[in-house]
Design a binder for this molecule. Structure first.
Ligand code: UDP
Ligand code: MG
Length: 321
């Protein structure tokens, strides 16, 4: 198979698409994507579809697409592992000289793909698709996303470009570097940024979902944000040294003031209100500190189990299971 592919000169482009309960959009997805991929000159393509433990008709529809077209491959995960794991599975399986992660709901317009390929051919290793604006997102989502990128980029060594999702083109070399990263808790946007390489950008306008529902609730997004922050920065842990130092410094000054005041004015008993406030405040601060440590310890614990990121139940391609 490999020899066969290298024998002819057309490079292979892999589109990696995670599907989780997307049966409402599958037909529209293939109808939109296939003409665009066919229209790219001098390229072969494959569509690596990852079924992330869907409970609706997604797998059946993907298998039908796979039966009809040898360029469609299906990787069926054993359960829902989440988008980051599904993407990892697809990227691991992709065979192309260039790999593009792509959402099933056509929020990333297929017309951008030829532009990514054109930039890749100019010699870039990574071609980022950046949203020119986020009009289709709700006000709250835009605000929280902007806040996340600002905080993340301020406290970690890597810079995640804001307004860039997972949609991008990566050369084979970038993909191989990505595969070397051993962590099993994978915040893909961060890992993409971490590997680096020469990067070009292409702007696009993100459309609304063509059908079905978003799989990311506020709580899931919050956890994704925590994952991102803890994956690439230890500042939330280290900051407690300084908070503790400041509090202790303040306490020493206050103690000195109290001693002097007692000296000058004698003992006065009242002080319940300030006492209880200080006790509760410091108790709260300490619990927050422990909570932050807990976030990291929990992650160390999960990481230390060295479980695989995902488990494949079966893979399918035309003529082969
Ligand atoms: N997805 C997945 N596993 C999950 C959640 C989502 O594979 O547990 C896929 C989903 O099918 C879609 C992509 O990830 O192809 C992006 O999901 P969605 O459109 O719901 O996210 P949003 O665009 O709202 O951020
Ligand atoms: Mg979407």
């Amino acid at each position: 198979m490999d020899a066969e592919r290298h024998a002819h000169a057309r490079p292979l482009l892999s589109l990696v698409v995670p599907f989780y309960n997307e049966s409402a959009v599958i037909e529209a997805f293939f109808n939109a994507i296939v003409p665009v991929l066919c229209g790219i000159p001098d390229i072969d393509y494959e569509i690596v579809c990852v079924n992330d433990g869907s409970t609706d008709a997604t797998l059946d529809k993907l298998l039908a697409a796979c039966q009809a077209d040898f360029r469609v491959r299906v990787i069926d995960l054993s359960r829902n592992f989440g988008k980051e794991a599904a993407l990892t599975a697809g990227i691991d399986e992709a065979e192309g000289a260039a790999v593009i992660p792509f959402d099933a709901d056509l929020q990333d317009p297929p017309e951008v793909i030829p532009k990514l390929v054109a930039q890749w051919r100019c010699g870039y290793d990574v071609v980022l698709a950046k949203r020119a604006e986020r009009r289709t997102d709700t006000y709250a989502k835009r605000g929280t996303a902007a806040l996340f990128y600002r905080v993340h980029n301020a406290i970690s060594d890597i810079t995640i470009p804001d307004n860039a999702g997972d949609f991008r083109l990566m050369s084979r070399q970038v993909v191989e570097s990505l595969k070397q990263l051993p962590e099993n808790r994978r915040f893909m946007k961060g890992l993409f940024a971490w590997v680096g390489f020469r990067t070009a950008e292409v702007e696009y306008v993100r459309s609304p979902r063509i059908g079905g529902k978003t799989k990311f609730s506020g709580w899931k997004l919050w956890n994704l944000a925590l994952e991102g922050l803890t994956s690439f920065s230890t500042l939330p842990l280290r900051v407690w040294t300084y908070i503790g130092g400041l509090t202790a410094g303040f306490a020493i000054c206050y103690a000195a003031y109290l001693i002097i005041r007692t000296w000058v004015r004698g003992v006065d008993v009242p002080g319940y209100a300030s006492l209880i406030t200080a006790v509760l405040f410091l108790g709260g601060v300490q619990l927050i500190g422990i909570g932050v440590i807990g976030e990291y310890v929990g992650r160390i614990y999960m990481e230390s189990k060295r479980r695989p990121v995902y488990i494949v139940r079966d893979t399918y391609r035309l003529g082969r299971r």
